[in-house]
Design a protein around this ligand. Sequence first.
Ligand SMILES: [Zn+2]
Ligand SMILES: [Zn+2]
Length: 191
Amino acid sequence: MSDLRLQCGCGSVRGQVRDFAQRSRTRTVCHCVDCQAYARHLPDTVSILDEFGGSDIVQLTPAQVTIDQGMDQLRCLRLTPKGLYRWYADCCKTPIANTVSPGFPFVGLMHNALIINGPLDGCLGPVNFYVQGKSAKAPRANQKVHAGFPVSWFLASAPWMIWGKIRGKHKPSPFFDADGKPPIKPEVLQG
Ligand SMILES: [Zn+2]
Ligand SMILES: [Zn+2]
């Protein structure tokens, strides 16, 4: 297991991902319309989407993630009132992570927020799932792309989410305090 450095593009927001182990995470590239809409909402100072419209996301527990500097720059966007909490750094519009809800032991960390030397695969391990391919901008030639979220994705994600819930890994979280309140009021795009 290792620790990874979390940092926005300009360096104002800094933190860490602790106890990262390639075998106990699910790396997913999502092509869904919501992830693409979110990327369009942020000025493209960092390459959020790949050429196929995919967002590269590493799924972790909130307790693994800390933000030690720049919490005042943290912003939250929800595309709809019940949509994911999508966290980004206001200073340079780097997307940081997506969360579902305060009690859910899940953080989808955007690769853009990680300082990684060398190829992503070497540090994070290979992509496990390419999902929501029905919304991809172009077909991915050499990868198995699922039209939606396949059962195998749920089967791969469920064990560590359940384990994380049992062990209380949904907190502490940089995104919700002990009462489940976000540090900043999320902006909701559609009422
Ligand atoms: Zn920044
Ligand atoms: Zn998505």
